[in-house]
Design a protein around this ligand. Sequence first.
Ligand code: AMP
Length: 283
Amino acid sequence: MRRILDIETMRAASRAAKGNNFVVGFVPTMGGLHGGHLALVRRACEVADFVVVSIFVNPTQFGPSEDFVNYPRTIDKDLELCESCGVQVVFSPSAEMMYPREHQTYVCVEELSKSLCGKVRPGHFKGVASVVMKLLHIVEPDVVFFGQKDFQQLMILKRMTADMNMPLRVDSIPTVRDVDGVALSSRNAYLSDSERIRARAIPAALDAAQRMVESGEKRPEVIVEAVVQLLLVHGVDVDYVEMCDAETLKPVVAVASNVLLAIAGYVGKTRLIDNRLLTLPGK
Ligand code: AMP
C-alpha cells in the first residue's frame, strides 16, 4: 500500500492503474476509521481492482463553532486498517494543498442541501460537495463509495455527479451498527460510558417508528412526536426529527413507500445522526 500526499502523484497513480485496465474505486473519508468505513472499503475492494481511500478532515464543511480542531485524527491506525483491507493507496493531502490561499470556487447542490442537516448546519453541504468534487477530479475513480448513514450526503453527491455529467458510478452500503444498535461514527469516540448508553435511544426510536408504521400509523406528525418524546426521555437533545421523501428529502404528509425517518440529536456535546427507510406493513 502507498500513502500519497500530493495531488499530482495521486492523479498519476490512478491514471496508471486505469492504463492497466484496472477499475479504480474510491472511498472518501475524514479518517478516525471504524467498522462502517471498513465495510465501505471492503465493498470497494470487491467491486474495484485498485482502491483509493482518502483521509482528509475537510475544514470547509465545519461551522465556526463545530469540532474541526478536536475531530478524531488517528492516521497511523487508519493506515494499518487500510493496509489490512487490501487498499492500494491512501491519499492524505494537507489542508494547504487542497485549499491554497487563492482558492475561491465552491459547489452547491441547491435543493437537496436545504433540508435536514442543511437547515441546521449552514454551509456544511457546500463544503462537502466542494471537497468531494475536488477529490473526484484528483482520483478520477470509476466508482465512488458512500455510506447510507449519511443519507442526505449520499443523495447530494449522487445528484452532484449526475448533474455535472461525471463519468463515474456512485455505490453505497447500509449503515453499519454496533451490537447495541448505535450507528458506528467517528464522533462516538467523544461519548462517555453513560452518554454511550443514552445514544442507544436513537436507533431504538427509529425501531419504534418502524413498529408504529407496521401497526398501521400513517400520520408523520404522530410518529415524529413519539420519536421526539422517546429521545427526550432518554436524554437526547433533539436537533431535528423528520420524515421525508427519500428521493427529494422534502417532508411527507403521509407514510408511503420510500419514506426516510431522519434523526439528529445531541448526546451531551456530541451531535449524532441516524436514519431509517421505513417499510410499509406487508412489504
Ligand atoms: P466520514 O469519515 O464520516 O466522512 O465518512 C466517510 C464515509 O463513511 C461516508 O460515506 C459515510 O457515510 C461512511 N460511513 C460512516 N459511518 C458509517 C456507518 N456506520 N455505516 C456505513 N457507512 C458509514
